[in-house]
Each structure stands twice: as C-alpha cells, then as structure tokens.
Design a protein around this ligand. Structure first.
Ligand code: GLV
Ligand code: MG
Length: 347
C-alpha cells in the first residue's frame, strides 16, 4: 500500500495535484449521448440546463466502425458547448480495447480542460484504476492541465464486485462508481437478457398455509446485494455510488422503482439513456418535499444535534439528526440549482 503521506503526490512531473476533496456537485442523472450522431450532438446546448451531467459515450452501443467518429464528435461537441455548471463526462472504451489509448490521448489533449470525469468500463480491481491514474497524470502533464480529471468506475464484472472496496480506495482521483447490470449479468452468468431491473421469475414464494391453498409470491430485486455492497464501499471511501442504466424505456414505472431503491440505499444518481428517464431521475434523486419538511423539523427541534425528542410520535436522537442532515443538505444542493424545488422545499 502507498504510504499515506504520498497519497496526494502528483503521479507525473508537471501534473496537477490530486484533489483532497471531491467537488460538491449535484449529479442526479448522467445523461448518455452517442456523439457520432450529429443530430443528437447538436442538441447538447438544450441538454445543458436539463441534466446534471452530459456524458459522451464511446464504449458499448457505439459500433466499431463509428468509434473514431464518436471520439471526434465528442471533441467537437465539447468545444462548441458551454456546459456552465453541468458536468461533462466521457465513457471511454475498455482498457484492453484497441481504442482506449486514442480515446484518452485525444480527449485529454483536445478537451482536457473541460472534461470533468472519465467513466472507465469493466474495472476489475485497483490495478486498473492505478493504470488509468498514472496514464491520466502523464497526459495532464503533457497538455498542461491545471486541474485533475476524475475517474468513475463501472462495476460490471464479478471480479470487480469482489474488489469493490479496493477499487473505491484506489486513488484520490476516484469520483465514484456505477452499477453496470448488463455486463455484470453476463459476467456472472445470470440468466437474463435485460439491462437492469427485476425479473418475473426471481421471486420468493410464501409458505403454504393449507395443502391446496393458493400461495402468493413476490418479485425480488436481483441488484440489491450489489448496490448495497457498492454503497458501502463508496461511502467508506468518500466517493459516490450510482445506479447505472435501465434499458426498458417503455416501462417507466419499473425504471422509477429501481432508481428509487438505489436512492433510498444511498445512491446519488443514475444513468439516463432516453429523454423520458431524465424527469424520472430528477424526481427520484431530489428528496421528497414531505421528507425534507420532516427532516427540517428534526433539525429545528435539536439545534445542537444531541439529546432525544418526540416528533409526531416518533423518537428522534443524535442519529436521526444525522439522517435529517443528509436529506436537508441534499435538498439545499438541489434547491440551489433548481428554483422549482427551492419553492417545493420552501427554502
Ligand atoms: C453498463 O455498461 C452495463 O453493462 O450495464
Ligand atoms: Mg457495460
């Protein structure tokens, strides 16, 4: 393990110093754009303001023959667009692919000063993050960047899940990670063909109460374990956990339910692959106004955060005060960006 004192040393001569703390940014949705598609790319200025993060996707879903066009399209889109406080991310191709080197070199060289985060797919362990970390430092030094580009890992292999703690702790460059349910399902040999969400056959059957009585059964969430593990790894290391993609654009209720479970368990955002999912992510990852109002009551009743009080018949103490803080702090962040929510929260 690296000596703690050396942890924040730049990894290349002339590279910017790693950040001690992550920038405080609202990232309720990471909106995927296929940058080889000129029509979609042209809509980037409209997206800014509607979403918290615009991501140019270079990896899966971009055909091999369009990889270069996607990379150049992303560069053109980034140069032509003023992103303001909206994040600009890129999902690069996998480390073992023929495109990774040029993705990194071109992006950092051309738009490194605008790029906030590189999303790295199929991360298997801390060694993958160390490689990207070093490679980015060299590129940052070569192109004279003043601020480090962060790294976001996709958790989408069985080995990656086994190493999730080490991945989260691998570098001060780590921004966070997303569940990648499609690749992860394949890696684990799960018997599904879906991108995220539940499965009608993954359920628990209630006990038989009488020999021929009908037995109810309930669908379970196949992603619960992974999300919970990812949230613990991220929270323990001060980085941010996200739900990834939900592929059935026709089932908005199921998308919302998955996003909400992830939010309740600690995730801060999700990917949006279709415009209809933007509004879902915004609704889910902005705390519920009634919950914010109740959390504010707790804070008001316990100004110094200690002791015990009863509110609406419910016991509150130092721990619930901290829970309330999480919700109110997030609500303030949302309100600062979004006047509609500021009104709903009555800030
Ligand atoms: C995302 O990349 C996934 O594989 O689900
Ligand atoms: Mg994937």
């Amino acid at each position: 393990m690296k000596a703690p004192r050396r942890y924040f040393d730049p990894l290349a001569i002339g590279a910017p110093r790693p950040l001690l703390e992550l920038p405080l940014r609202l990232e309720r949705m990471i909106h995927f754009v296929p940058p080889h598609n000129e029509k979609v790319r042209a809509k980037a200025p409209e997206l800014v303001g509607q979403v918290d993060v615009v991501l140019g996707n270079l990896e899966d879903a971009i055909p091999a023959e369009s990889k270069q066009a996607a990379r150049e399209g992303l560069i053109a889109m980034a140069k032509a667009t003023d992103f303001g406080s909206t994040g600009l991310w890129a999902r690069v191709n996998a480390l073992n692919s023929p495109w990774f080197i040029d993705d990194m070199t071109r992006l950092v060289g051309e738009i490194g000063d605008k790029l906030d985060v590189v999303m790295a797919p199929k991360i298997e362990g801390e060694w993958d993050i160390h490689f990207i970390d070093q490679y980015l430092a060299l590129l940052e030094a070569r192109y004279g960047l003043k601020r480090p580009i962060l790294v976001h890992a996709i958790l989408e292999t069985a080995q990656g899940v086994n190493n999730v703690d080490a991945i989260a702790a691998a570098s001060p460059r780590m921004h966070g990670m997303s569940l990648g349910p499609a690749d992860l399902a394949a890696s684990r040999a799960m018997k599904t063909t879906r991108v995220g969400g539940g499965h009608p056959d993954y359920r628990v059957l209630a006990d038989a109460v009488a020999p021929h009585a009908e037995r109810v059964s309930f669908q379970q969430d196949p992603w619960h374990y992974t999300i919970a593990r990812m949230v613990d790894a991220c929270a323990a290391n001060g980085v941010k956990p996200f739900y990834g993609p939900f592929g059935d654009f026709s089932d908005q209720a199921a998308c919302e339910a998955q996003f909400r479970n992830a939010f309740l368990l600690g995730c801060v955002g999700a990917w949006t692959l279709h415009p209809s999912q933007i509004v879902i992510a915004k609704r889910v990852f902005s705390p519920d106004p009634a919950e914010v109002a109740f959390a504010r009551k707790i804070l008001a009743a316990m100004p110094d955060g200690s002791g015990a009080v009863m509110i609406d018949g419910k016991m509150q103490d130092d721990a619930t005060w901290k829970q309330a803080r999480v919700i109110v702090d997030l609500a303030r962040q949302v309100a600062a960006k979004d006047a509609d929510y500021a009104a709903l929260y009555r800030f």
